[in-house]
Structures are given as structure tokens and as C-alpha cells.
Design a protein around this ligand. Structure first.
Ligand SMILES: [Zn+2]
Length: 129
């Protein structure tokens, strides 16, 4: 399970990153970000570790939200990495700032900063970063 999950996520990350390199050619100098799968993330579906060129995803969300994880959360986190590479660490434009939102739109996704997913009916899970 863990092995096949990281293969699936790595394939999605590679596909999205390659598509992003066509949109933003500056990214062609940068390899596909490293993928980490966490079994200990409960309230966050994905995280971007921009300074070390890594993206991390919570394994528990894939059971129930695989299409959303692969099609929305994976590119959401990769665009944080791309934004960091292209626009740098402007503290006035951090995380879900204007540059990130514009890049999400350029990639064809709504620039939503957070998504609410429910693992148990009464327990809202909000991904913030
Ligand atoms: Zn984010």
C-alpha cells in the first residue's frame, strides 16, 4: 500500500511538474520536487517544503479523496514550490498571495487557499497550507 501510494503520487507530481515547466519555463532548470508521504498528518492534506524542494502529503486523505488529492492538492502544493522558485520569498506575498493565486489560475485551477474534507462526518478537516 505505502509503496504503491508513493508511486502513484510521484507519477502525478511528475506529470503536473512537467506541465508546469511548459507554462513557466524557468522551472525547466529544476528537477521534479521530492515526494514524501506522511502517516502522521491528520488535519493537513498537503504541505510544500519550498526551501528543500519537497512536497508532502497525508496518506489518510488518499483513501477517500484520491482524485481531489491527485488533481487539486498535488498541483496546489507544487505551485507553492514554483511560486517560491519564480517569485522568491517576498514576505508581502507569502503562501496564498497574488502571485500564487495568479499561477493557480494560469494552471487552470481555482485559487482556493483551503479545502474542507471530511474523514468522519462530524470532524471537519481543513487543509491550510
Ligand atoms: Zn497552499
Amino acid at each position: 500500500m505505502a509503496d504503491s501510494l508513493i508511486k502513484v503520487v510521484t507519477a502525478a507530481v511528475t506529470l503536473h511538474w512537467t506541465a508546469m515547466q511548459e507554462i513557466w519555463p524557468e522551472l525547466k532548470k529544476h528537477s521534479v520536487p521530492k515526494v514524501r508521504i506522511s502517516n502522521r498528518m491528520y488535519r493537513t492534506a498537503g504541505l510544500a517544503h519550498c526551501e528543500v524542494h519537497e512536497v508532502e502529503f497525508a496518506s489518510k486523505f488518499f483513501n477517500r479523496y484520491k482524485p481531489e488529492m491527485l488533481c487539486v492538492i498535488v498541483p496546489h502544493e507544487l505551485i507553492h514550490v514554483a511560486d517560491y522558485i519564480i517569485n522568491g520569498e517576498d514576505p508581502t506575498d507569502f503562501w496564498h498571495g497574488p502571485d500564487w493565486r495568479r499561477m493557480m489560475l494560469e494552471y487552470g485551477l481555482p485559487p482556493h487557499a483551503t479545502h474542507e474534507y471530511y474523514i468522519n462526518k462530524n470532524e471537519p478537516i481543513v487543509r491550510t497550507l
